[in-house]
Design a protein around this ligand. Sequence first.
Ligand code: FE
Ligand code: FE
Ligand code: ZN
Length: 281
Amino acid sequence: MIYIGNHISSAGGFAAMGRKAVELGADTFAFFTRNPRGGKAKDIDPKDVNELKTILKDNGFGPLVAHAPYTMNLSSGKDNVREFSVNILKEDLIRMEYLPGNYYNFHPGAHVGQGSETGTEMIVSALNGAMFPEMNTMVLLETMTGKGTEIGGTFEELKKIINGVNEKDHIGVCLDTCHIWDAGYAIDESIDRVLDRFDSIIGLDRLYAIHLNDSKNPCGARKDRHEKLGKGYIGEETIKKVVQHPALQDKPFILETPNDDEGYAAEIDWVRRHMITYNEI
Ligand code: FE
Ligand code: FE
Ligand code: ZN
């Protein structure tokens, strides 16, 4: 069994996200920790958070997958952007402690000018400055397409970051199916082969969450344009195999497909009808 849900707007607060997720048939969801374009985070209302916790418990939710804002770039060559990003990361990880046991996913970064090696060092030092031993959150690096100067378009690049992180018990990966496809990992030919590769480089024990998306472009295109499930180049058959893969069971799957509520509810329902419960064999 997997957990399935979509990205939900945090505009109405925590409990409102939980109610929306239940309404759509989800048992996990993703949300931005603050305005995705950056800016200040709203103060946390403990009553609102507690209400969400009750909703999650009553409805058997799996871990939630919070998403850092897109403006966060820990490997920016511009000092002010990097400092701004490091502060967001620190603040977000403290805020996540209000919802212990969940995941915080972010795009590793783009190195603009200074090269991938320096960029990787910057990401590592930002993580080491923001993560702390008592934390209750799993920090997840997202697999990227590798477009432009994006870091994280290969499993090797993610592994380099993980190697440098001190808090090894709190670092993992969120695998985005559209992104790895666009990066050139041909999951239509063989998911096993791609996951074996992931396992030999990073280790499947570091894989905590899936972003389940189809792609508007062919494998290797490095465009990063998400498509509705089954409507893109990855296609329905491969998406089904991803959902049913034994190595991916028990993880939260997040839809980031171009949909409205009705579309998300339909995709969640489709995934539920095609998932397999392995522990009942
Ligand atoms: Fe993302
Ligand atoms: Fe994603
Ligand atoms: Zn994307």
